[in-house]
Design a protein around this ligand. Structure first.
Ligand code: FES
Length: 241
């Protein structure tokens, strides 16, 4: 039989060895048990001013509940950016969004005195960039161009459908035996007083705007509601007594 030696684990009850003894008289603090696993530690003062051992994992957990300086800067930057963007967008909309527009793009009031007589030369309304043309029944067509309509008013946008030049009314301009045409100075497109194209490179007749006749004989022309010109321009007239 082999002899049992106490404390060797070879048979017999295990005896716990005492904690590692430091050499008597040593000034080194006792090492925490968790340091045996290799965790790095720091020494920081606790609330009582005493020194406590804190591992890196403990620091990380402590930081997780705090806002770091970098996070604070990031939040501040995005807050300021969002605030600035919102302000700039508001300023843009207030300046460029059409609200109660009284010039071109909005509703234009036209006094009754400005409305031309039926068959007279069209009147220009510069603030709305259009002409008021008062056609007699069947007027505004030429040589098979355009569809005849009833007597009434037509608001014609003065922008040429070709390349956008402003079209003047030329009361003295002769064309195919008569005078009085819209004649574009850029490439010569020519239109009747109903805006029907009879000559030139323009792809269509002049565009029209919506007219409302008021009880006092004045008009409200919505220069923001423009309809592409067509052969039916003379049939778009609004009756006007
Ligand atoms: S822009 Fe009017 S004809 Fe070309």
């Amino acid at each position: 039989m082999s002899e049992r030696r106490p404390g060797t684990g070879e048979g017999g009850p295990q005896r716990r060895l005492p904690a590692a003894a430091e050499p008597s008289g040593s000034s080194r603090p006792a090492r925490a048990p968790h340091l045996a696993t290799g965790a790095r530690a720091g020494v920081v003062p606790d609330q009582q001013g005493e020194r406590a051992i804190v591992t890196r994992a403990q620091r990380r957990r402590a930081r997780a509940g705090q806002i770091t300086r970098r996070q604070l800067l990031r939040v501040s930057f995005w807050g300021f950016f969002t605030f600035s963007l919102t302000g700039a967008l508001g300023a843009f909309l207030s300046n460029f969004w059409p609200r109660n527009v009284t010039g071109f793009g909005g509703k234009i009031s036209v006094a009754a005195a400005v409305v031309p007589e039926a068959g007279a030369d069209p009147s220009a309304v510069p603030i709305g960039k259009f002409y008021l043309s008062h056609l007699n029944a069947g007027e505004g067509t030429h040589a098979g161009f355009g569809e005849e309509g009833d007597q009434g008013l037509l608001a014609l946008w003065w922008k040429c459908p070709h390349l956008g030049c402003t079209i003047p009314w030329r009361a003295d301009f002769p064309f195919e035996g008569s005078s009085g045409w819209f004649r574009c100075p850029c490439h010569g497109s020519t239109y009747t007083n109903g805006g029907i194209r009879v000559f030139g490179p323009a792809p269509r007749p002049m565009d029209t705007m919506e007219i409302t006749v008021n009880p006092d004989g004045s008009l409200t022309v919505d220069s923001g509601r423009i309809t592409k010109g067509g052969q039916d321009n003379p049939r778009r007239t609004v009756p006007y007594a």
